[in-house]
Write a protein that binds this ligand. Structure first.
Ligand code: BEZ
Length: 250
């Protein structure tokens, strides 16, 4: 992970709340049980962590963004400020849960090795993240703008895996996959594509000087994305593809 993956809780609340709003399916997959100790890996501002806690399970969060850690602690949650790659627990958790985070991490072997160590011998790993083909139109538009303006895309670390790639990495790390799927989920963006870009592609956008040039780049991105991602009613969507899996310790 890097500073690219550090989020501001306030702008996330305005432009990114939909991320946790869409977490219900993977929460159902987790099926938390009272008496279990669960880790929410990359818990953000703790919206889903709180829902896990309501099930009666005990839950802890790990999160790298200081502002998100503060927001989660304000909900009364137990959260450590830590890069997931530095997780160093031993046989502590019944389950590790993660929503919309693992695509930010390119070193899955190291990540999964930390998860395996942190789980109890019969523990499970339940994940939803961006998968193969995720935000393909948005990434294509960013690449085109980067090329036109001769600047970097700032997106190199994202890993959008197929179920087969994820299964191979999980097997190599000592997990057995119970279920893995890839699902296209066009996602309505309440604050539009400009809001999404300004939060999730802020490094790309902010490398252009504020004012005319930045406005011009944003206008180009929007005009290229409009045919695929804006409805006739003017609603913007992101072309999300979700990878979901449940894996158990072998
Ligand atoms: C995602 O959840 O797939 C995602 C969110 C922000 C940027 C890129 C991907």
């Amino acid at each position: 992970m890097s500073s690219q993956h550090v989020w501001n809780a306030e702008s996330y609340e305005t432009h990114g709340r939909f991320v946790s709003d869409h977490g219900q399916i993977i929460l159902n997959w987790l099926d938390p049980q009272s008496g279990e100790l669960i880790l929410d890996a990359g818990c953000g501002d703790g919206a889903l962590t709180s829902e896990i806690a309501q099930s009666g399970a005990e839950v802890e969060g790990v999160e790298v963004s200081p502002s998100m850690v503060s927001a989660a602690r304000e909900r009364g949650l137990k959260v450590r400020e830590l890069d997931l790659l530095l997780l160093d627990d031993e046989a502590r958790y019944d389950a590790i849960f993660s929503n919309a985070v693992l695509h930010w991490i390119s070193d899955w072997p190291r990540l999964l090795s930390g998860f395996r160590k942190a789980l109890k011998p019969d523990g499970r790993l339940v994940v939803e993240c961006g998968g193969h083909g995720n935000i393909a139109a948005i990434r294509t538009a960013i690449c085109a703008a980067a090329s036109q303006y001769n600047v970097p895309t700032h997106a190199a670390a994202e890993a959008y895996l197929t179920p087969e790639e994820a299964t191979k990495l999980l097997n190599e790390a000592g997990f057995e996959v119970e279920r893995a799927e890839l699902v296209a989920r066009r996602t309505y963006l309440k604050s539009g594509m400009e809001g999404w870009l300004s939060v999730f592609r802020h490094q790309f956008i902010e490398q252009f000087p504020e004012g005319e040039v930045r406005d011009e780049v944003m206008a180009k991105l929007l005009s290229w994305l409009e045919p695929q991602l804006k409805t006739a009613d003017g609603d913007w969507h992101a072309d999300y593809v979700r990878l979901r899996f449940i894996a158990h310790m072998r």
